[in-house]
Design a protein around this ligand. Structure first.
Ligand SMILES: C[S@@+](CC[C@H](N)C(=O)[O-])C[C@H]1O[C@@H](n2cnc3c(N)ncnc32)[C@H](O)[C@@H]1O
Length: 353
């Protein structure tokens, strides 16, 4: 039976999140101006109108609520940690603003590796992504990451991430979750894995990330839910056997990888997929996906330290995944993200990057 009560709760929750984070976004902009940040870059390419943005966001939130109506996932409870914990994170994000603006203004992008030991980590990874203090290397950064991303997307990041459940639930329709395994590559703070765990309590879940600080936050976020196996490892060399996973997911990773590394990681994801298994990929929309929005794609890496985003925005993802032996299954746009799914054909040669 359709769960219209749950669906309404999800819609109300998402509307409240949008209102709250829009307020925080406004506050961050005001504080940035007060602290002397350079005014926003004005892109040459076209920008969507406010009405277009809101219409697209509404579409995303309605589809997100349909996941609850159809019983795939319960309404988003935002995880453990109450309002006090949340407000503490917002306060810490505001307190961090002078530091991140200072780095943006002086174009400093290598401070994280001074604060934390970067030994053994690839140099593309130890940069100050988003100009955030500590890059991906500190627990303070792990604590702030989600409120920063939600503020950027006016509270819609969770819904964009949960869109991965559209192709996952389609794949799971004919399968027994007790026999299924899923690996989330670059799981970060575990926001997707919590949703997958709520949707499929019996599935075998593994989260891999190169940041031990982010994995610790992910473990905290899963709370008392059935445990996930955490792997502190490089996605370029996934420490799992060939053909061991039914599902592999990757959310908001590829735009942060150099082009050659993107291909190596895709090869690794293909290698660990079982024949007939699915890769579900979520990342930013690319140039031309919505031509009227290309200005946003142009502006994003100017405002935030995203050294590989410009190349990501024009990379041929279909060819990239085809090159490692995967066949396309679906591709959809969800507000500012695209969700693509691929299958490892039965009997195909694997992981040939
Ligand atoms: C933008 S965050 C996305 C995190 C998460 N998937 C999400 O939905 O928010 C990028 C993540 O990729 C991780 N990462 C970057 N390069 C990596 C690599 N080579 N191997 C494993 N993790 C990596 C970072 O530590 C960070 O957690």
């Amino acid at each position: 039976m359709a769960d219209y009560v749950g669906m309404s709760a999800q819609l109300v929750g998402n509307a409240l999140r949008f209102g709250w984070y829009s307020g925080v976004h406004w506050l961050m902009d005001r504080e940035s101006a007060r602290l002397g940040a350079t005014p926003r870059y004005k892109p040459v390419r076209p920008m969507p109108s406010r009405e277009e943005l809101l219409a697209d966001l509404r579409r995303l939130l309605l589809t997100d609520a349909a996941l609850v109506r159809d019983g795939i996932v319960p309404p988003d409870d935002a995880g453990p940690g109450g309002i006090g914990d949340h407000l503490g994170r917002i306060r810490a994000m505001l307190a961090d603003l002078p530091g991140s603006i200072g780095r943006r203004e002086s174009e400093e992008t290598r401070t994280a590796e001074v604060l934390a030991d970067p030994t053994g980590l690839p140099s593309y990874f130890t940069q100050d992504f988003h100009f955030q203090t500590g890059g991906y290397l500190s627990s303070d950064s792990a604590r702030l990451y989600d409120v920063q991303v939600e503020t950027l997307f006016h509270g819609s990041a969770g819904a964009m991430r949960r869109a991965a459940l559209w192709p996952i639930s389609e794949f799971m329709r004919t399968r027994d979750q007790r026999r299924m395994s899923l690996l989330d590559v670059a799981c970060g703070t575990g926001r997707l894995l919590r949703q997958v765990r709520l949707a499929y309590p019996a599935m075998r879940l593994t989260g891999l990330d190169l940041s031990t600080a982010y994995l610790a936050e992910a473990d905290r976020h899963l709370g008392r839910l059935r445990p996930v196996t955490w792997l502190a490892a490089n996605a370029e060399a996934i420490p799992l056997p060939d053909s061991s996973q039914d599902l592999v997911t990757s959310v908001f990773l590829f735009h942060e990888l150099p082009p050659d590394v993107r291909r190596i990681v895709a090869g690794e994801m293909a290698r660990v997929l079982k024949p007939g298994g699915r890769l579900v990929f979520v990342d930013s929309v690319q140039m031309g996906d919505k031509p009227g929005w290309d200005g946003m794609i142009e502006a994003f890496p100017v405002r935030f330290h995203e050294p590989y985003y410009r190349h990501y925005a024009i990379d041929d993802l279909s060819a990239l995944f085809k090159g490692v032996g995967l066949s396309p299954v679906s591709s959809e746009i969800a507000f500012m993200s695209k969700i693509m799914s691929f299958e490892m054909p039965i009997g195909a040669a694997r992981g040939t990057a």
